[in-house]
Design a protein around this ligand. Structure first.
Ligand code: MBD
Ligand code: FE
Length: 304
């Protein structure tokens, strides 16, 4: 007879009951759920001591290779679909208000804080990338009412043509394929970037081991990341995906949403005045972003 949750009910109850009276309401609510599901998963899967040690080793490895430039723990949760799950629930808290807001997507491990603000229209391609297709990326940041937001901060980052982010390769120029822009008084941001390429998530450590165990590939469809902040508004973390990219259907980290798939089209919109970009621009991507107001976000799960 396989073990059942009932066999260990008194034991699991005792672990839950050990939570002290001074724990916060959130911990008192969430930890019994976590403990019960964790115990049930271990019981139903009939985990062995050896497997448990292997799981601990995997987490130790993830911690050891993590740094301010690489977050392997995020990657471990990504391949298990956890980052996308919390993101989907987060978005549901304000999307259901019936307003037009841009869909979110996961942050991933390569966001960097404190990137200096560049003038609108400037390039985030900070070293020579021969033959790479330049893109005029621009759009307007608005609230859910469609009113343009001045002074919104727009972080943009994507992989270089070799498939690596700046932080993954020391030989790259600082902040290559990464920049931050501030919207003008009409809510506009604009820049020159590259058309991104599909790319394997780093699979040399813990996340890769998990993928191998599950017989899965590490690839992600071509994407550009956005991190958009404006006072009084919910910060939006999202990604856009190129419609012509492979792996839209089988993203290794489960981040693709239909509304985030975009078309890179031949350029027609002129660059902002005063720019000095003189290479050929092959594509244009207009990407307008609508942020939820802070008050539109449903806070109910944090009450009680
Ligand atoms: C990435 O580039 C990424 O965007 C995510 C979410 C996970 C791993 C690598
Ligand atoms: Fe990415």
């Amino acid at each position: 007879m396989p073990p059942s949750v009932d066999d260990y009910k008194d034991y699991t109850d005792a672990v839950v009951a050990a939570i002290g009276s001074k724990a916060s309401p959130r911990v008192k609510h969430a930890f019994p759920i976590l403990i019960r599901h964790l115990h049930a998963a271990i019981i139903e899967a009939e985990m062995t001591v050896e497997e448990w040690l292997q799981a601990c080793d995997l987490l130790i490895e993830a911690g050891k290779v993590s740094s301010d430039k690489r977050n392997e723990m995020v990657l471990v949760t990504d391949v298990l679909g956890v980052e996308s799950l919390v993101d989907m629930m987060e978005h549901a808290r304000y999307a259901k208000k019936g307003k037009e807001t841009t869909a979110s997507a996961i942050l991933g491990p390569f966001y960097r804080q404190g990137v200096p603000v560049s003038p609108n229209g400037s390039s985030l391609v900070r070293m020579k990338e021969p033959g790479a297709p330049f893109v005029h990326l621009h759009g307007v940041v608005t609230g859910s009412d469609g009113k343009p937001l001045k002074g919104a901060l727009v972080d943009v980052w994507h992989d270089a043509p070799d498939g690596f982010y700046d932080s993954q390769s020391p030989e790259k120029a600082e902040y290559h394929c990464r920049a931050r822009f501030e919207t003008d008084d009409q809510g506009r941001y604009s820049c020159i970037c590259l058309k991104p390429t599909p790319y394997p998530i780093p699979y040399d450590f813990a996340a890769g081991k998990l993928l191998t165990l599950m017989d899965r590939h590490p690839y992600r469809p071509a994407h550009i990341h956005f991190y958009v902040q404006a006072p009084g508004h919910k910060t939006l973390v999202t990604q856009v995906f190129s419609r012509d990219s492979p792996y839209l259907e089988d993203d290794s980290v489960f981040a693709v949403k239909d509304s985030l798939i975009v078309d890179f089209v031949p350029p027609t919109t002129p660059l902002p005045e005063g720019g000095d970009f003189d290479e050929e621009i092959k594509f244009e991507l207009e990407y307008n972003i609508a942020l939820a107001g802070e008050k539109e976000v449903d806070q109910s799960q944090f009450q009680g």
